[in-house]
Design a protein around this ligand. Sequence first.
Ligand code: XMP
Length: 520
Amino acid sequence: MDKKSGLSMEKVIVIDFGGQYNQLVARRVRECNVYCEIYSYKTDIDQIKAMNPKGIILTGGPNSCYEENSPSYSRELFELGIPVLGLCYGAQLMMLLLGGKVEKASLREYGKTEVHVDRTSPLFSNVEETTVCWMSHNDYISRLAQGFSVIAHTADCPVAAAQCLEQDLYAIQFHPEVLHTVEGTKMLYNFVRGVCGCAGTWRIDSFVEESVRQIREKVGDGKVLLALSGGVDSSVAAGLLSRAIGRQLTCVFVDHGLLRKNEGDEVETVFGPDGDFDLNFIRVNAQERYYSKLAGVTEPEKKRKIIGEEFIRVFEEEAKKIGAVDFLAQGTIYPDVVESGLGGESAVIKSHHNVGGLPDYVDFKEIIEPLRDLFKDEVRKAGLELGIPEKLVYRQPFPGPGLGIRIIGEVTAEKVRIVQDADAIYREEIAKAGLDRSTGQYFAALTNMRSVGVMGDERTYDYAIALRAVNTVDFMTAECAEIPFAVLQTVMSRIINEVRGVNRVLYDLTSKPPGTIEFE
Ligand code: XMP
């Protein structure tokens, strides 16, 4: 979607110097109802100027700005008449470029720290005089650039924040974007809504409205094809496209028989002919086809590959029936774009399959990615706005290969039934205990281990189910979640009683690393 058209109304630019909280900065700004995008520090200043931002934020980063080859920026940035806020590394760089001095501190300041602020500064309006902030720095500003004055300090840091009122330049040593900075969002609000004068028009309902207009304009009377997985992103993309272009959209939903219990039917209820959305819905029941391809295969990578390739084949067959389409739609979201290194500067974490590598097996002219500018929580809000049921909008993350990688070893229809039933019980009990929104990701997996048990007076020799629950911020690392023992016991006893073929339930305590979240 063309970023420079409708969505450009009022924008703040975040210039990324590689810090770990950079996506958070953008999210917090959006929480202030101000639209904002992340760009690498390598982005040319003319490009930044052309975007006509109302404000610019320089992020933190892992380097020392006084070292050779550390990330820098043109000094001209501070002469554009656009307010600039530097955070941590960004603050130090601003000071250095404008003639101040930055040095290594004798003491590293790290963690929650009491900061004393000057409440007359526009940045700290309505902030408590002494407020807890998150510090994480080795270097400090030892001399201010000309025109700047100190507006905050701590016991160890003489310049915790500084400003040059005449030029609307602000430097903060701590991290307002992190929740440990108690009044951080207020400070960012003061900057974007106060100093930059943004009206705060970024709202999800206006996003939906604007996107619908843009999609209509772009698509005209063309045909759009979307692979609907039933996950949050593709479902919201389907809802949005349906609102914009109705039956010009065809959604192909491949049921590979590796979905959670009843999931295929749930997706069909929402998007199928009796659902609330105006679109062409094709459900392909490919269960048997998948099971026969997977028969006898035990190696995890091979299983993943088969599932992926078969998906392409099924999708391709359906696409051929439909004929050439003008657009192939994808549910790419903003973190996918940033993580692929196309937006910001933070380390390239994974090269997302939706970005960069376009499928060449469908005959289409152009790609359309209506959620490309949204963070996950915004995607969910858009989903609710579009009338997609909460159950679907707050769905757990679910891997593309589905239960195929939650069944260790060979996949069979019988094993799929076992893991589906056990997982449904686990999810039901977690929800009953009110833990469903607070637990990051949780599911049951079927181990390939059978062991001896006793039921009634009978000897059993059945499978062990493993329960997994993790908390995670970014899915790159994760900690085992502490599900109360009583809940686990209920789940265990229900699984043993209700799921034929299981006589043992285990709880997985492993964090990531060294484990992964999924089992294969
Ligand atoms: P791991 O197992 O790598 O999982 O720790 C991290 C997160 O990614 C999900 N996951 C996948 N998602 N296709 C996906 O779309 C995949 O092949 C895949 N493998 C893992 C997993 O559920 C977790 O949220």
